[in-house]
Write a protein that binds this ligand. Sequence first.
Ligand code: C2E
Ligand code: MG
Ligand code: MG
Ligand code: MG
Length: 282
Amino acid sequence: RQARQRYLTSLYYASDLDSHDPAQIAVIGELRNAIDRNQLCLHYQPKIDLTSGEVTGVEALVRWQSPQHGLLYPDKFIPFAEQTDLINPLTYWVVHTATRQVFAWKQRGLDLELSVNISVRNLQNPRLSSEILALARDAGIPLERLFLEVTESAIMTDPFHAIDVLGRLRDVGIRLSLDDFGIGQSSLSYLKNLPFNRLKIDKAFVMDLEEPSNQVIVQGVIAIAHGLGLSVTAEGIEDQEMLERVAGYGCDYGQGYHISKPMPAEQIPDWITRRRRPLAAS
Ligand code: C2E
Ligand code: MG
Ligand code: MG
Ligand code: MG
């Protein structure tokens, strides 16, 4: 009991994983129930076209409304899901829920791209591409409106396998984004060889654009990505100055608290309407 309490405290501060720790096994059990009991929910963060200011899509971000521990953010439970096969049903639930939501918005006249995050362990699931294809088809979402976001570190875990699986996803028409670019073991040769459509510059660089070296890095990354035929999203835009800087560098899309924090699905239509109104008036 004490071990479990200690572990639950550690949930908030660290992600030191030990699959032999009975307390961790208990939380993994709670997470398994969370999916069945509908305790997971998605918040959606809008993404804008930095040239037109138009909202072009949303990123689905999972949360766990735990009866025991309150609202938990993904950094506190995704690592546990990744340790077990739970990440597969979790990702399935995320894609199922988000594709249906995007279709519901489409019926209300809001045509949005959808981005979902997938983990390295999802890439080891041989049914990944067929499951995602079926979910998108059943929800009525065209594949070219669906982006899977994969982090550099997920790819570096097993690059040859990743190249193979990502290539198959891309072949069936699913779009791929390289998430958190620049903080992992970035390799420009992987950028060249992996079948990405888009690159997301990690918020660490965007949030600290006062720093001249970060300005050089961000401009350079945008130039390289564009040269390789990838579009670029800047994440972590927290104020107007950051937005103007990345837009000035020719970055294509932006996401961040200055534009909007992630929000529950039901707030998205009103938020978009409010955002469009001043544009329509001018
Ligand atoms: P990510 O995919 O890089 O998502 C961006 C994170 O930055 C989100 O945190 C978002 O809320 C936060 N963020 C957005 N704008 C700003 C900003 O202006 N400033 C700051 N400081 N932060 C900002 P969140 O929702 O806590 O998610 C954290 C990570 O958890 C995600 O990073 C992603 O790697 C992972 N994740 C989220 N949802 C899922 C999921 O459904 N499946 C998997 N496998 N991973 C997920
Ligand atoms: Mg992401
Ligand atoms: Mg990211
Ligand atoms: Mg991240």
